[in-house]
Design a protein around this ligand. Structure first.
Ligand code: MLT
Ligand code: MN
Ligand code: ZN
Length: 298
C-alpha cells in the first residue's frame, strides 16, 4: 500500500438529496431508491493511521461518523492530521466550523483563500493555538505528513458564489480555485473537485497520475435549466460538464490515467442512476462514479 484515498462526500454543494430539491434523483434518494451522498470531500492516508482531508464539507460531522477510518483513537484524539482547501465555496469551507472542538490539526490553503476566511470572524472559532495555518504558494511542493507531499496548482474557476458581483469571470486562473497534487511512496493522486476548463498544465499532470478525482458536477451543461431548477449553465457556475465537445469525457479521452473518478457530482446529474444511458457512457469512457465510502488503494 502506497496510499489510500477515501471519498468522504461525492456530491456537489447541496448533497443528495438537497434539502429543498424535488428533482428525480433527490426524490429517489429520500425514498431510499438511490444511495444518499454527502457533500464534496476526499481523505487520504499513507500510513493507515492519520488522514489528510481535502475540503471541509458542511457534512463533515456525518462523514467522521460514517467512516470508521476516522473514528477517534483515544479519549480526545482523532486520526485527522491536516486539511487542505481547494476553494472557498461553502461546500468546501463550512465544515471548518464543525472542527472547532479543541482538535489540533494543520490547515493548508492559499493566501487568497486565507484572505476570504480571515475577515469572517466566525472562523476564529478555530483556535489558532491548536489549528496552525500554512499558506501555500501555487505550483510549489510542501511537506504534508511525515512521508507525503502536496502541491496546489491553479484551475480555471471563479470567486465563491457569496462574493460574486455583476460581472463574473468563470475562467480565473489563480489562487481562488486550485487542484491538489498529492504524492507519497511513489504514487501520485490528483484532486480537482471544481474546474471550469481544462488547461495544458492539468493535462500534463494527468499524464503521470495514478488516480484522478475530477469535477463531475453536471452531465449536460444545461441540465439545471432543462430540469427547471435554475437559469445557470454549468459553465456559469464554474464547472465544465461531462458531455459535449468541451466536456471532461472528451478532454481526458486521450489520457491513460489508471483511475479516473468523478466527484462533486450534482444531485441533478443522471449518472447517479445506475443503468442510465449517461452512466453507461461515462463508464464506457473509463470513468468511475465516486460515492460516499468509496476507497481506493494505490
Ligand atoms: C459550486 O461548486 O458551484 C458551489 O459549491 C456552489 C455553492 O456555493 O453553492
Ligand atoms: Mn461546490
Ligand atoms: Zn435534486
Amino acid at each position: 500500500m502506497r496510499m489510500r484515498a477515501l471519498v468522504l462526500g461525492a456530491a456537489a454543494g447541496g448533497g443528495l438529496p438537497q434539502w429543498n430539491c424535488g428533482c428525480r434523483n433527490c426524490d429517489a434518494a429520500r425514498a431510499g431508491k438511490l444511495a444518499a451522498q454527502t457533500q464534496s470531500s476526499l481523505a487520504v492516508t499513507v500510513d493507515d493511521k492519520t488522514w489528510i482531508i481535502f475540503n471541509a464539507s458542511p457534512d463533515i460531522r456525518a462523514q467522521f461518523t460514517n467512516n470508521r477510518q476516522l473514528w477517534p483513537t483515544h479519549l480526545r484524539e482523532s486520526p485527522l492530521h491536516s486539511l487542505v482547501l481547494t476553494n472557498a465555496d461553502i461546500d468546501h469551507i463550512a465544515g471548518l466550523l464543525t472542527l472547532r472542538e479543541k482538535q489540533p490539526f494543520t490547515l493548508f490553503l492559499t493566501e487568497r483563500l486565507d484572505e476570504i476566511l480571515k475577515p469572517n470572524s466566525v472562523f476564529q472559532a478555530l483556535d489558532p493555538a491548536l489549528v496552525s495555518k500554512r499558506i501555500c504558494k501555487l505550483d510549489t511542493w510542501f511537506q504534508i505528513g511525515a512521508t507525503s507531499k502536496a502541491r496546489l496548482f491553479p484551475v480555471p474557476g471563479k470567486v465563491p458564489l457569496f462574493l460574486e458581483k455583476d460581472e463574473v469571470d468563470t475562467g480565473m486562473l489563480g489562487e481562488q480555485t486550485v487542484g491538489i497534487e498529492f504524492e507519497a511512496n511513489g504514487a501520485r493522486l490528483l484532486y480537482v473537485p471544481g474546474c471550469a476548463a481544462i488547461t495544458a498544465e492539468i493535462e500534463a499532470k494527468v499524464t503521470d497520475a495514478d488516480a484522478l478525482f475530477f469535477d463531475g458536477t453536471l452531465f449536460d451543461d444545461r441540465e439545471m435549466i432543462t430540469a427547471g431548477l435554475g437559469q445557470k449553465t454549468g459553465k456559469r457556475m464554474g464547472h465544465m460538464s461531462m458531455s459535449g465537445e468541451e466536456g471532461s469525457l472528451a478532454a481526458f479521452h486521450k489520457f491513460k490515467c489508471p483511475r479516473k473518478i468523478f466527484v462533486h457530482i450534482n444531485n441533478t446529474n443522471p449518472v447517479w442512476a445506475e443503468g442510465s444511458p449517461e452512466r453507461k457512457e461515462v463508464e464506457a469512457n473509463g470513468w468511475e462514479i465516486g460515492y460516499d465510502g468509496m476507497e481506493i488503494t494505490l
